[in-house]
Design a binder for this molecule. Structure first.
Ligand code: NAP
Length: 256
């Protein structure tokens, strides 16, 4: 059988871990795709391409031209457009696709969650009274905060918010996870944070702020995920490896 060609749509720690595991195997050609959003992306264990494909058809064309056997969508649970494109491209090209989607966080006793569908609803839910808010949703949706300038914002992102927000009271922190509980407790205390806005990203790297909010009794406005794109889905890197091994052994049996 020829080498198996796998395209991983990445931009997450899971994608990097999966690529690391697959890089160690024989008879696989792996390419990892990044959107190119971050200025200094983390180093990757496999060859990387950067930039959009030009929609679902562009991705389908890329898969077919590159004779890929398998597409793994290991993008962030809130990267909804690329995941929808991946599902459509898999269908159009007839190439098998697997989504690797980390499980959602669920509230536990002691959490004060307010669940909303999107960032504008999260901002609106803060109400008219000025509050000290930790906006932990990254820089892409941050301009939505401009409709509620009465609050003080602490905004954390990997890359700078450019242009800066049109807000009188905003402080920026540049940082990249994983974050630990002690550091998150210090941050929340230092800035006297009264509310946190976060996506329900899932995973461990960004969970410490949820734990810290529980310890300090702080309200967390949680942006819910949209329904996932229709695709075979696994929740862990280990399950993805199992599914990939299974697909490859099935293909070998068929002599493909
Ligand atoms: N959204 C988040 O909260 C978040 C958090 C952490 C990391 N990320 C990572 O950041 C990247 C962009 O996220 P997003 O929310 O901006 O995506 P998105 O809104 O779903 O995608 C917008 C467009 O960016 C391109 N794109 C996205 N991911 C790509 C990839 N891995 N390789 C090549 N092109 C890609 C596609 O362009 P074309 O249509 O031209 O192909 C896509 O239509 C993803 O890799 C994601 O895993 C996102």
């Amino acid at each position: 059988m020829d080498r198996t060609r796998i395209l991983i749509l990445g931009g997450t720690s899971e994608a990097r871990r999966l690529a690391t595991e697959l890089a160690a195997r024989e008879n696989l050609d792996i390419l990892l795709s990044l959107a190119g959003r971050t200025e200094a992306p983390a180093e990757q264990p496999v060859p990387v391409r950067i930039g959009g494909f030009g929609g679902a058809q562009g991705l389908a064309d890329f898969l077919m031209a590159g004779r890929y056997d398998l597409l793994i969508d290991a993008t962030h649970p809130f990267a909804e457009r690329i995941s929808a494109n991946a599902a459509a491209a898999a269908e159009r090209s007839g190439i098998t696709a697997i989504a690797l989607v980390r499980p959602e966080w669920v509230p536990v006793p002691g959490d004060h969650w307010h669940i909303v569908p999107d960032i504008p609803s999260a901002i609106a839910s803060l109400g008219p009274t000025p509050r000290r808010v930790f906006l932990a949703t990254g820089r892409q949706g941050a301009p939505h905060a401009e409709v509620a300038p009465q609050h003080s914002y602490l905004l954390r992102s990997v890359d700078p918010v450019d242009p800066p927000l049109a807000l009188a009271d905003v402080e920026y922190i540049l940082d990249r996870g994983p974050f630990a509980l002690e550091g998150e407790l210090d941050l929340l205390r230092k800035h006297s944070i009264e509310a946190i806005i976060t996506k329900n990203s899932g995973g461990s790297a960004a969970y410490a702020k949820i734990e810290a909010a529980r310890v300090l009794g702080i309200k967390v406005v949680v942006i819910a995920r949209a329904p996932a794109a229709a695709m075979m889905t696994v929740e862990t890197v280990e399950a993805a490896l199992e599914a990939i091994d299974h697909l490859i052994s099935e293909a070998m049996k068929r002599g493909v």
